[in-house]
Design a binder for this molecule. Structure first.
Ligand code: SF4
Length: 247
């Protein structure tokens, strides 16, 4: 797993090499020397200059971008099948962000490791992901390919996320529209659809189901939403009300 802030995720008391090597020797039984060699190899792989010297540095001697590279080296040291990256670029400036995303993409292709990227940044999703699951109040509300979810979103919460983001190609005279209200408390969830106190479209669902019945995401694969709106209604609202705002 790659954590959000490498400075707090890495121990300040141990060298970078020891932290990478420890993970490796715990899982493989490698000797100290083998673990150190592996740490140097991983630092080389993630683009740290002079890896055989920097392996003995402490985290505070690395820049923010280098620390995140070291975290990535640590997370990949045992060749995992799956990597979970929790907001891996939030603590970094945009230039370093782009470098780290490119590095993750290259390593994913080189090593064949699947990556689950947890992020609030739709730009990161557009740049890196194949498939997207939009979460609201701890539950999945929309699922599909990047193209489906970003180009033809179907869930009112996804519409809200996209409408609250500035777009370079969008109309200049249309103000951004944040999702109104605040997220619900997870120990006191609203009845019915968790998004209903913030949704502008529930009156278009027959029978008041939005406040009584929780919509579920279809278990099958493919583009799907957890919403009581019919697919025709979703498409109609998106084309006539949401898309003109997004440009
Ligand atoms: S189920 Fe109802 S309240 Fe929930 S997102 Fe759909 S329309 Fe809005």
């Amino acid at each position: 797993m790659i954590f959000q802030d490498p400075l707090t995720a890495l121990s300040p008391y141990y060298t970078i090499g020891r932290q990478i090597g420890e993970t490796y020797s715990k899982h493989t039984g490698a000797s100290k020397k083998e673990a150190r060699d592996r740490a140097v190899e991983m630092l080389t792989r993630v683009g740290i200059p002079q890896p055989s010297l920097r392996v003995d540095d402490y985290p505070h001697q690395f820049s923010g971008g280098m620390r995140q590279r070291a975290m990535i080296a640590m997370s990949l040291v045992c060749d995992p099948d799956l990597l979970i990256a929790d907001e891996p670029t939030t603590a970094l400036d945009v230039t370093v962000q782009a470098q780290i995303l490119d590095l993750l993409k290259d390593l994913q292709q080189e090593l064949g490791t699947a990556i689950i990227m947890i992020t609030h940044d739709l730009g990161v999703i557009a740049r890196t992901a194949h498939d997207v699951m939009v979460m609201y109040a701890g539950r999945a509300v929309e699922r599909g390919t990047v193209r489906e979810v970003l180009k033809a979103p179907q869930h009112p919460y996804t519409w809200g996320l996209l409408s609250s983001m500035p777009s370079l190609g969008g109309p200049l005279d249309v103000p951004l529209r944040p999702v109104r209200g605040t997220p619900p408390s997870l120990i006191n969830m609203p009845k019915g659809c968790p998004f209903n106190p913030r949704c502008d479209h529930q009156e278009q669902v027959l029978g008041g189901k939005c406040s009584t019945e929780r919509p579920l995401l279809a278990p099958a694969t493919g583009h799907a939403t957890a919403c009581h709106l019919t697919l025709d209604r979703q498409q109609d609202i998106f084309i006539n009300q949401i898309q003109p705002r997004l440009g």
